[in-house]
Design a protein around this ligand. Structure first.
Ligand SMILES: Nc1ncnc2c1ncn2[C@@H]1O[C@H](COP(=O)(O)OP(=O)(O)OP(=O)(O)O)[C@@H](O)[C@H]1O
Length: 369
């Protein structure tokens, strides 16, 4: 039986150093839940706390209603998959998968049935008599996955399981992992620093930075309505502009420093006229229109499905220290391309753009505050 995981006010310290100051999150039974964040933000640390490999300096972790803080790792009934496979080199695929069941003294016939089933689920039946050295990285990772889920753990924990695989295999393995997880229906916590992988694989994502969860939501929610500037720039690309709020008798708008206005009907009540804000526009949220922002193209990059234009806005309009300001033109929608030096008139999509407080900490879109 799979469990929910309830993490309440947990604290992690290494000596004097606090890595996780106070973190709470509820992971639902059967959910594919991803911890996503930059290197060093504490993802592995939190995963190891759930697994029982790390001490917990404050708060509680519960599987359903049972507090597990003081239950040792091997009694938590957890399946784990790491980036370096951790399968036994001297055992065949089948023996590797059987291993956990043998330890649990599962009767032979039942063991055979369970192993057959899992080998089928992760699609490695054909290799069952091979030694791991005769398998590709992706196949080895399937063995590790089969071995972790065959014991029917309460929760499955995965730490960057695809990072040793090449790009194409990573994409293929994403679906393999997700399909197996859904079929078995096991609560899964997955750690990655790869945002595309997180978007592709997860039911919900927690975006972490410096030991603090910035936002929890479905991939769509996090991409479309990030809570703060960190999330908006960590997940996908966002162009950030200085702006201020304006109100007149029957409309509310944000205004760029060059006076360009976008009418918005979804700004939160906190937005007072004159308030300084950050306007966040994704590259695909611009479209070419006569009444847009006038801007010069810096360079053009053809990327197959779309063309990326780097834009040359005046420094007074854009928040400093951004890698680039970009417009992405979907080639399915347009055949005309533009060259460096040409002027464009780009209109941001009022329904899609995001607005944040001046310090970047809070969204000012209704429902995201
Ligand atoms: N045993 C330890 N003793 C002291 N500090 C540690 C220990 N393990 C991790 N840290 C520190 O805790 C912080 C979080 O590390 P953690 O491995 O959880 O990050 P992460 O988000 O998983 O990063 P990555 O994606 O690079 O694995 C880092 O600053 C790391 O240096």
């Amino acid at each position: 039986m799979s469990n929910s995981i309830n993490i309440g006010n947990v604290v992690k310290k290494y000596g004097e150093l606090t890595i996780i100051p106070n973190l709470s999150v509820q992971i639902k039974n059967g959910e594919f839940f991803t911890l996503l964040g930059p290197s060093g933000c504490g993802k592995t640390t939190l995963l190891r706390m759930i697994a029982g490999f790390n001490s917990i300096e404050g708060g509680e972790i519960k599987f359903d209603d049972m507090i597990i803080n003081n239950i040792s790792a091997h009694k938590r009934n957890i399946g784990m998959v790491f980036q370096n496979y951790a399968i036994f080199p001297h055992l065949t695929v089948r023996q590797n998968v059987e291993y956990g069941l043998k330890i649990r003294k599962i009767p032979k016939a039942e063991m055979k049935k369970k192993v057959d089933e899992i080998l089928e689920t992760v699609k490695i039946s054909d290799y069952q008599d091979r030694l791991p050295e005769k398998l590709s990285g992706g196949q080895q990772q399937r063995v590790a996955l089969a071995r972790a889920i065959v014991i029917h753990p309460s929760v499955l924990l995965m730490d960057e399981p695809l990072s040793n695989l090449d790009a194409k295999l990573r994409v293929e393995m994403r679906s393999a992992i997700r399909d197996a997880q859904k079929k078995v229906g096991i609560t899964t916590v997955y750690v990655t620093h790869d945002q595309e992988e997180a978007l592709a694989i997860s039911d919900r994502i927690a975006v972490m930075n410096q030991g603090v969860i910035q936002q929890v939501g479905t991939p769509e929610e996090i991409y479309a309505r990030p809570n703060n500037v960190f999330v908006s720039t960590f997940i996908g690309h966002s162009n950030l502009f200085y702006g201020k709020v304006g109100r007149d008798s029957n409309s509310t708008y944000v205004e760029f420093t060059n006076g360009y206005k976008i009418l918005l009907d979804n700004l939160s009540q906190d937005c007072k006229a004159g308030m300084k804000v950050i306007i966040s526009v994704r590259p695909e949220e611009f479209s070419i229109a006569n009444d847009g922002l006038k801007v010069k193209i810096k360079n053009r990059t053809f990327l197959g499905k779309h063309t990326n234009y780097e834009l040359d806005f005046s420094d007074s309009m854009i928040i400093p220290n951004q890698p680039s300001i970009e417009y992405s033109q979907d080639l399915g929608q347009s055949t005309k391309t533009y060259e460096a030096g040409e002027m464009l008139s780009l209109k941001p999509n009022a329904y899609k753009i995001n607005v944040f407080t001046e310090d970047g900490q809070k969204s000012l879109i209704k429902g995201c505050d």
